[in-house]
Design a binder for this molecule. Sequence first.
Ligand code: FE2
Length: 245
Amino acid sequence: MEPEFLLTRRQVLATAASAVAVGALPKIGSTARLENSNPMEPKLVEVPSAIPEKVYTSERVGISRKTHDEHLKLWQGYANKTNEIRKALLEMGVPDPTKANQIYSQMRALKVDYTFAYEGLINHNIYFETLGGEGGPATGKTGELIVAAYGSFENWVADWKATGMAGRGWVYLAYDHAEKRVFNYIGDAQNTFPIWNHTLVLAMDVYEHAYFIDFGTARMKYIEAYLQCIDWDAVNALGERVTVG
Ligand SMILES: [Fe+2]
């Protein structure tokens, strides 16, 4: 029987793979004051003041505490800029459509960079939530879906590594609600190549800041270390969480 995952009392209808579905229910980084329904008040996001302790277990394979602590500053920066843009949009008030312009306009600047800020936050939420495990073959429903899509976990690893070397910023494991399967997607930046009707369950940062301190330019060594640190229980829990409620 085809493995079911992430489905669907309320199927996610239109969500970018790198964006909304997981962002709606983050565990580590959170969207605060979601209960606030006043359109004149911004819904603010926040990230932890410290890296979750389990993430530091990656030191055993060479991804250092220093790397994570530096990375936290970038993660917090995405939250800060998300909030800044949300406030700016509110301050703009009801926009004048005649002032919007595709070459340059305030609306274009805010809306384009909002995707860079907010998806940067969401991707890092998932990155840090799913780090700190023992790696190894994927477990649970994620494991079943990976084997169903790639034939074996080893095949998936090869594809994940290749996608990681081919991307400029991110690699995503996302569940396709239409085809009911997972796929390794590439992201040059957090706001490039989004795809609809997917749920993001694993995000590997391959920007240099994620590995240069520890591995220099040897990205493959970082990817191989990363694979030994995936928390598959967290991946499975994340996948389940976005379908409940
Ligand atoms: Fe990053």
